[in-house]
Ligand binder design. Structure first.
Ligand code: ADP
Ligand code: MG
Length: 385
């Protein structure tokens, strides 16, 4: 999907109002009834219909007709738009360049600020390939079954942001975090290749040690990366130094499966070095002894604790973790072919109506309730739990 930054600056305030109304309505409805959009936006009926038409033409919302009512849902494009608009209103970013990555659960773009300084925008896309897994295990979402792709993607971004900040503040080699909004993270652009694309290094042994030291240093700070592999390690073009990315699956060393996660990170590196560089060493960290050493000579920080205190709630962490486990299990079970089907089943999902409707009694919040000045930049009204 091409992101269009020109659009960011040319949307009327009524269009923005209606788009925000659809987002707010998504909190309780997979398909937001048109009448509700009218109500939330606080605009005239006829005007809203016309605006919805033009938003749909730009793929920011999609019209869905089901047997019971006519309505709209926010698209990925619409959610992207709202997030990027918030970032651009805060002057964090100004223009969008090329897409440089399509991950399993993210899209990565080069963007720039007003001075032309390049950065990386990561848009989280949870739920894109794994809706079936969640459908079976989504009880933990409770009443919040609708809009789960938005909700999960936002949680992933908030978690990644919280970890990247703390890691950067403690001098771990990670990109400098710049800003975060909804399901997006803005960060420093690293001029580097993923280790995956590197066929030769001056000294595989030295790089191997550096990476294992990093795993140990994470653990001494109470953290396990959880996806420490050749895709998530970037090698700086100029210096050959490694930079670690991709943190939505990080776990605490107090996690019940910490040892398993730790060993898997270590094994990923060992296997890669054996295959790619024919480098093998008997020296590699073990979880228990690492933790025992850490008790004595740790850096004195428990970053897992710092992150918990930083505003990324334990309950959110739990929801995300369950999601990731569900997805992990389903990945292990299904082959690639099946993953394609899952994408389709996301569409089927749209037909369901959420019978829970807390607004029925109290009436909906409206765009105006968001308050002047804050609505465009700060809030993520649809999705606060
Ligand atoms: P995913 O969760 O989809 O795996 P990642 O955060 O691992 O997403 O990023 C995917 C790819 O995008 C990386 O392998 C890398 O090539 C590129 N990338 C991500 N962040 C940066 C960055 N800060 N600087 C340069 N390239 C990046
Ligand atoms: Mg990755």
């Amino acid at each position: 999907m091409k992101l269009d930054a020109t659009d960011l600056r040319y949307i009327t305030s009524d269009e923005f109002r209606v788009l925000t109304a659809v987002e707010m309505g998504s909190k309780n409805h997979e398909i937001v009834p048109t009448v509700l959009i009218v109500q939330i936006s606080g605009l005239r009926n006829g005007g809203v219909n016309k605006i919805l038409g033009s938003l749909a033409k730009r793929n920011l919302v999609a019209r869905v007709q089901n047997s019971r009512y006519d309505g709209y849902r926010l698209t990925y494009g619409g959610y992207d738009y709202l997030a990027m608009r918030a970032l651009s209103k805060r002057d964090s970013m100004y223009s969008v360049g090329n897409q440089i990555g399509v991950g399993k659960e993210s899209d990565i773009y080069i963007v720039a600020d007003q001075e032309g300084k390049e950065m990386v925008l990561k848009l989280h896309r949870l739920g894109r390939i794994s809706f079936r897994a969640i459908k079976e295990k989504r009880d933990y979402l409770g009443k919040r079954k609708s809009a789960s792709w938005m909700y999960m993607s936002r949680l992933a971004a908030q978690k990644e942001w919280a970890f990247m900040k703390v890691l950067h503040e403690h001098d771990f080699p990670v990109p400098k975090p710049v800003d975060q909004a909804r399901h997006c993270i803005l960060m420093e652009f690293i001029d580097a290749y993923p280790l995956r694309q590197v066929s030769e290094v001056p000294s595989p042994g030295a790089l191997y040690s550096k990476l294992m030291d990093l795993i140990v240093r994470f653990a001494h700070s109470g953290l396990i990366h959880g996806d420490f592999n050749e895709f998530n390690i970037l090698i700086r073009r100029e210096t050959g130094e490694p930079v670690v990315i991709d943190f939505p699956q990080m776990v605490s060393t107090s996690h019940e499966n910490a040892e398993w996660y730790f060993n898997r990170d270590v094994e990923c590196i060992r296997t890669f070095f054996r295959r790619r560089f024919q480098y093998e060493s008997n020296l590699y960290p073990r979880f228990r002894s690492t933790m025992k050493d850490g008790a004595d000579d740790g850096e004195g920080f428990r970053l897992d604790v710092v992150v918990s205190a930083s505003g990324f709630k334990k309950s959110d962490q739990k929801i995300l973790e369950e999601y990731m486990e569900a997805v992990g299990e389903s990945r292990a079970e299904s082959d690639e072919e099946e993953e394609d089907e899952e994408e389709e089943s996301e569409e089927e999902e749209e037909g369901e109506e959420n019978s829970e409707d807390p607004e029925a009694e109290t009436g909906p919040r409206t765009v105006d309730d968001l308050g002047e000045g804050t609505s465009e930049t700060e809030t993520d009204p649809a999705l606060s739990p």
